[in-house]
Design a protein around this ligand. Structure first.
Ligand code: MG
Length: 395
């Protein structure tokens, strides 16, 4: 078998080339048949954390309906959109796929509600007991995704984590607070956290995943919102971005109603957003005179919507926040979810013997508890809560 050698043909000069990867944290010989980024993607797909995504909430709890998005199907949609855009821009599709599939690995059960609860628990503990240990980091899901692939997966004989390439890890850490960046930088000087301290940008592939994430959830949350009955097509008429494509769909197919009209409107909207990103990004790259990956890293962000699409996408995001994420029915569920997470944190903190052995004997007990809870699926968290607290919060 021969190693795929030299730059992958057809890649733009500013794309990430696996042959020039900044490498893995622990040395491993190259794979005979796959590039570094293809191998990263495969490692993510085979990880335990990846399989858990199927039972983790996006907006709706997993048991509320079989057709709602989960973190897994969301991640697949981000990968699809990301690859599609990457191909047009001659960026590295494999890297985009690896980052997209891994970007939500650190999400707690119950979506953002779970993350907020865990963050508050850790922060409260660090303040109450003036601890400066790992509690003080709080909980950030991007950082946790990196922690999953760097530390928490236990699959290899010689190291913790999945030992992914720098470029994949860089894409996974899309946001990071300054304090956490300083901590990471101390462990890995000049590593994935450096740009949060010194400025600069990640690869175009990483930037692309970030925007593909937004395009994906805006579109699928409309679909899930209508499916759930919490949003109506009439309400959506007040969102210019959606209404524009609904009218376009109706102009082409005047008889279209119901779900097919919804799907066709979303499909048109997705396509337009993809074309908009491709055109805008091409223009920005050429206006900035970007010739290499080094130019990308030293400059500001280049993967973007046009100002008009940015504005229209923002209006849609605000609409979804007001009408879906803050819908009384969603809020009621997320309040209960928050309680499950806070109760579990309190419980394991005071009863380490309730943790599985691998988590129970850590010097950094609060962090081990947070890692354990963050790894839970929605339904496992609900079952554990029921077992340990005796209260049924999700009948
Ligand atoms: Mg996401």
């Amino acid at each position: 078998m021969t190693l795929p050698s030299g730059p992958t043909t057809g890649l733009a000069p500013f794309a990430c080339d696996p042959a020039h990867s900044r490498g893995r944290r622990f040395f491993e010989p190259e794979a005979p048949t796959r590039t570094a980024f293809q191998r990263d993607r495969d490692r993510v797909v085979h990880s335990t954390a990846f399989r858990r995504l199927v039972y983790k909430t996006q907006v709706f709890l997993n048991h509320e309906g079989d057709l709602f998005r989960t973190r897994l199907t969301h991640s697949l949609e981000v990968a699809q959109l990301g690859r599609s855009i990457a191909r047009s821009l001659r960026l590295n599709e494999d890297l985009v796929e690896a980052v997209a599939l891994a970007h939500d690995l650190g999400h707690t059960p119950f979506g953002h509600a779970g993350q907020d609860a865990l963050h508050n628990c850790l922060k409260a503990l660090s303040i109450a007991e003036s601890r400066s240990g790992s509690e003080a980091w709080g909980f950030e899901h991007n950082l946790q995704s990196l922690r999953v692939v760097d530390e928490l997966e236990e699959r290899y004989p010689a190291f913790n984590g999945l030992n992914l390439s720098f470029e994949t890890r860089e894409g996974i850490l899309k946001h990071c607070s300054r304090a956490n960046a300083q901590r990471l930088e101390a462990q890995e000087p000049g590593g994935v956290a450096q740009r949060f301290l010194q400025g600069g940008s990640p690869s175009l592939e990483a930037q692309l995943c970030n925007l593909a994430d937004e395009i994906a959830y805006n579109a699928h949350d409309i679909d899930d919102g209508v499916r759930s009955g919490l949003l109506t097509m009439d309400q959506l008429a007040e969102v210019p971005l959606f209404e524009h494509y609904r009218l376009q769909a109706l102009a082409a197919h005047p008889q279209l109603v119901g779900r097919r009209l919804l799907f066709e409107s979303i499909r048109l909207m997705l396509s337009e957003q993809v074309y908009d990103v491709i055109d805008t990004t091409r223009t920005l790259i050429s206006a900035a005179g970007v010739q290499s990956l080094a130019d990308v890293r030293s400059g500001s962000g280049l993967v973007a919507f046009s100002p008009d699409m940015r504005e229209r996408s923002q209006v849609l995001k605000t609409f979804l926040l007001r009408n879906l994420y803050r819908h009384p029915q969603v809020v009621e569920t997320t309040d209960r979810a928050r309680r499950v997470v806070s109760d579990l944190f309190e419980l394991y903190l005071n009863a380490p013997h309730e943790l599985p052995e691998a988590h129970g004997r850590s010097q950094h007990h609060a962090r081990a508890v947070a890692d354990y809870i963050a790894g839970m699926t929605d339904r496992f968290a609900i079952r554990e809560h029921q077992r340990l607290c005796g209260t049924v919060l999700f009948p």
